[in-house]
Design a protein around this ligand. Structure first.
Ligand SMILES: Cc1ncc(COP(=O)(O)O)c(C=O)c1O
Length: 443
């Protein structure tokens, strides 16, 4: 359903717009809209011409002085606090102002005019939005559904496949709970077997990782479910090679791509997996509550839906959209996700991936220089992108963790720490972490 600007501006009930006590955020949005001239009031986001409401610095600056360019992006495009070092976008990323505005504006419109003239249900088939996302990910619209997160997409596959007791699912020993729990539930409920394959964290090359997975395939293996980039160590798996061999053997593949979309180029048809689950709220600037489910060709037709509403069995023209007919949803989040995609595209996805890895290599070089640290993530730059994990040799980190908190440095871990970096991470944030660790453990 499309809302015209005139509905928003002229025909919407004036009572709401003249009410005293309109929220601060609404005023802020409107001021933001007025100053960000390129942002049209939300009509159909998919139709809007502007990829990004706020002007970006010139790309000449990016090549002349990358730190200055990216620090300006952080300061101008994000709402991130100046005095905090956010070194864990791998768990949940930060959204740019353009995404925040888009979400706020969608909700504001719904509040102002809560009828079907404003897109508000979130379980429309969202074809233009899915088309735009599918183009970016190298698949067809009908192969792609929006979910709330990666865990949900994985659960749809694990619960929805026809498997019988004794059928085996292979996974690595580095899966995230969101990647393995639904398979374990299925094992407990219906007797499928789940087997973990130990993969080396520092393999001699990517081929060794593929080899481990392929050698582990047994006569009962029906599915291989694995992370394209692992959560604990940021290890990049040769997903394409694993999928190719699995396919030749008639084995179904599911890639947990939570760390792939937004960290490396993803071409789903080229990857050759049967299913892919994504988490654009990590690396693609999407608001929390954004997920992706892909099924190759008619692979989604082979899944039983887990959450049902009318349309659950409509496989003609609804292959992927069946998985979005799940009851009332938050349309503002979908619009925010598309705004995040546009933000990424406007920066240039390749430039984003390159900057992320540059920052991760900065982390790596700090780790190498310190006797009290041991790298866990592979040294081979082909095997990591934007996340780097290392271990502290000193046993007691209690006061260090307290110091991280009081210095407003936010990281993930315990004895092992995983630092991750997106374009809004500053080199100075990384340096601040290691300066603090030197103060505690001596360089
Ligand atoms: C590899 C992996 N899979 C799945 C998830 C869960 O993602 P979501 O919160 O989008 O469900 C995570 C979260 O960190 C992850 O790292």
């Amino acid at each position: 359903m499309k809302v015209t600007p005139s509905l928003h501006r002229a025909s919407a009930p004036s009572k709401a717009s003249t009410q005293a006590g309109r929220s601060w955020s609404r005023r802020t949005i409107l001021q933001g809209l007025a100053s960000a001239a390129a942002l049209s009031p939300f009509t159909s986001l998919a139709d809007s011409a502007s990829p990004n409401p706020l002007q970006l610095p010139s790309t000449a600056l990016r090549s002349q002085n990358p730190d200055s360019y990216w620090n300006r992006i952080r300061a101008e495009q994000f709402q991130l606090a100046e005095d905090r070092a956010f070194l864990n976008p791998g768990s949940l990323g930060a959204i740019p102002k353009s995404v925040l505005l888009q979400v706020q504006e969608t909700l504001a419109l719904q509040a102002e005019w809560p009828t079907d003239e404003v897109p508000r249900w979130g379980y429309e088939s969202l074809e233009p939005e899915r088309t735009e996302m599918a183009e970016f990910l190298g698949c067809h619209r009908d192969e792609l559904a929006f979910t709330h997160n990666c865990t949900e997409a994985i659960s749809y596959v694990a619960s929805g496949l026809d498997l019988k007791a004794g059928d085996e699912v292979l996974m690595t020993n580095q899966e995230h709970p969101g990647g393995y729990s639904s398979w374990r539930m299925r094992a407990a409920r219906s007797g499928i077997l789940v087997r973990e394959v130990e993969i080396p964290v520092s393999p001699k090359d990517p081929g060794e990782l593929a080899q481990r997975m392929i050698e582990a395939i047994g006569p009962k293996t029906r599915v291989i479910s694995f992370s394209g980039i692992t959560s604990p160590t940021g290890l990049v798996l040769p997903a394409r090679d694993i999928c190719r061999v699995a396919r030749d053997k008639g084995i179904i593949t599911l890639i947990d791509g939570a760390h792939m979309d937004g960290q490396i180029p993803v071409d789903l048809h080229d990857l050759g997996c049967d299913y892919f689950a994504g988490s654009p709220h990590k690396w693609m600037f999407a608001p929390a509550g954004s997920g992706l489910l892909y099924g190759r060709g008619d692979a989604l037709d082979q899944l039983w839906p887990t959450v049902c509403n009318s349309g659950w069995d409509n496989k003609t023209g609804m292959h992927a959209a069946r998985f979005m007919m799940i009851g009332t949803n938050n349309r503002a989040i979908v619009n925010g996700m598309i705004a995040g995609l546009r933000f990424l595209k406007s920066l240039g996805a390749d430039a984003v991936y390159a900057r992320q890895q540059e920052l991760a290599r900065h982390i790596q070089s700090h780790v190498r220089e310190r006797r009290y640290l041991e790298a866990v993530t592979s040294d081979d730059p082909r095997l990591f992108r934007a996340m780097f994990t290392f271990k502290f040799i000193p046993a007691d980190l209690t006061t260090f963790w307290e110091a991280l908190k009081s210095n407003k440095i936010y990281v993930l871990g315990g004895q092992r720490i995983r630092l991750s970096a997106n374009i809004y991470t500053r080199n100075s944030d990384i340096d601040a972490f290691f300066r603090l660790s030197d103060r505690h453990f001596g360089k």
